[in-house]
Design a protein around this ligand. Sequence first.
Ligand SMILES: NC(=O)C1=CN([C@@H]2O[C@H](COP(=O)(O)OP(=O)(O)OC[C@H]3O[C@@H](n4cnc5c(N)ncnc54)[C@H](O)[C@@H]3O)[C@@H](O)[C@H]2O)C=CC1
Ligand SMILES: CC(=O)C(=O)O
Ligand SMILES: [Mg+2]
Length: 616
Amino acid sequence: MWRHAAARRSAQIRRLLSTSAPSSGAGSAVRGPCIVHKRGTDILHDPWYNKDTAFPLTERDRLGLRGLLPPRVMSFEQQYERFINSYHSLEHNTQGEPDSVVSLAKWRILNRLHDRNETLYYRVLIDNIKDFAPIIYTPTVGLVCENYSGLFRRPRGMYFSAKDKGEMMSMIYNWPAEKVDMIVVTDGSRILGLGDLGVQGIGIPIGKLDVYVAAAGINPQKVLPIMLDVGTNNEELLEDKLCGLRQPRLEGEEYLAVVDEFMEAVHARWPKAIVQFEDFQMKWAFETLQRYRSRFCMFNDDVQGTAGVALAGLLGAVRAQGRPLADFTKQKIVVVGAGSAGIGVLNMAKHAMLRMPGTHKIGELGEGHNQFWVLDKDGLITKSRKDLDPAVARFARGYGPEEVEDLHEGASLVEVVKKVKPHVLLGLSGVGGIFNEEVLKAMKESDSPCPAIFAMSNPTTKAECTPEDVFKHVGENAVFASGSPFSNVTLSNGRKGYANQANNMYLFPGIGLGALLSGARHISDGMLHAAAECLASYITDDAIRKGILFPSISSIRHITARVGAAVARAAVDEDLAEGCPDLDPRDLRSMSESDTVDYVARKMWYPVYSPLVNDK
Ligand SMILES: NC(=O)C1=CN([C@@H]2O[C@H](COP(=O)(O)OP(=O)(O)OC[C@H]3O[C@@H](n4cnc5c(N)ncnc54)[C@H](O)[C@@H]3O)[C@@H](O)[C@H]2O)C=CC1
Ligand SMILES: CC(=O)C(=O)O
Ligand SMILES: [Mg+2]
């Protein structure tokens, strides 16, 4: 009997792996027809259906487009080439202009393409993700948020404000798409390292969701960027022509009531949508994570996504030293920044140390084991610090007899580095240039043969240091990673000094996709660890020896397929997977690891023009 069931199941899996639902439109370039309920200019003005000059003549006849377009039909490839050429002309014509002017001009040309023709936009984005990620994502997205009220032309996403209390359950039905899979929400209170940008922070959910489409192949019709506008405490913005609420931020129960109502409304309309919280100030990042994580399928990217990426980098740093992974427990790690990202990293790194093979023997790695030195704006955090947040207190140094470096509460970064001689210096402080020459020169004395410097703050202006500074002051044996992209550095003997990018974009798309495809009830620590381990194991020993800790952004779809599969499998292992409309969780359970990766990759949406058929 069970044999029949197993045979049925494997036939089902073969079917799943050999077909792709037209709506998700996997990697294939052939797409079934798409029913459109519009005609004429309404189609040309809808970026989802618009093909510009690529509408074939038969379609122009069918859809009432004849005469509304120049007569020559262009191919997708010609349109693609034309866009790339105009992008390159823009690069050429803006040579010598300030970086911010050039970046904003590039953002505008991409944004205009998005607003006109989504298929072409997402194809150029997917094919050129390494070049375009710095425009639609960090660092340019930071500049876009800072100037959002002035740049605003067409709305993207939804806005729920403090004035909408009691209305959200009906407002959510104003969103035109029937199905939403992925939501990124912010309250704009800590946008990258730029602080409180109020409603202008909407640029971040938009940018993150573009990365979801490019990396995870989420269908752009099923993503929803959201801004919770609860005011801003940014005085300059309040005085400016801000397009959001001009009032101080809601606090306490009033604030939580808005977020509660929003979460209930989303869940009522799309119970299986994944909600990613992004760029909330620390107190609300932790509070909302704790409040919602077991009730909804949600995660906080800054706390949890960043932690996984940093952990992958930290494990890479151990391998770069030629040491076994188990030696991770002996690494001395200085973390600068004890905010939502820093504490997220510390928690995950500590947890990973406790899980290292051979380290769970009683007494070997108990709570007293502390390989971390954590600094915030007031310097080194020790147990003598008053009013210490319990989340931070776990990592405060005791400065009793067992700690020999003779450091004190509030010690400066340079003092700490000189005394501790850490293997890793990791910045999530939002303070540009804080790893100055003195600090980096002190890292030369690190106990590691290849000291690791992670300047993870965004955007570029907030990076704790540059790769040039690291290879110059720490030495050419150093390894480097940053949150925003930098160029590689040429070292003295012509070797490359790698400027790795350590950004949560390596993980959040796979976390969201894995949770979505498995139909996870919620996102567990096990699923997040699976994501981090998958990323850590992606890089080969050969690459690590050269100083490459993270794969190229160009491989982001492949990486995301692997991460998504790892997350989905972890959901199955923990009995959290409820499946999705075309996948029973039992099918997922019987797939091999490589079949799961294949399945996830095939579910990714890929932009091609579909033949359009009018329903009238
Ligand atoms: N690379 C990546 O994937 C990610 C990077 N980030 C970046 O990390 C930075 C921090 O983010 P959050 O932790 O959410 O912010 P946060 O505001 O919660 O925390 C900032 C922390 O830095 C500390 N700090 C401020 N000035 C300092 C100084 N002079 N010396 C030492 N510490 C100082 C603060 O006391 C606080 O503990 C931002 O720039 C953000 O863009 C955040 C998430 C992901
Ligand atoms: C990358 C990111 O999530 C941040 O800087 O906040
Ligand atoms: Mg963020």
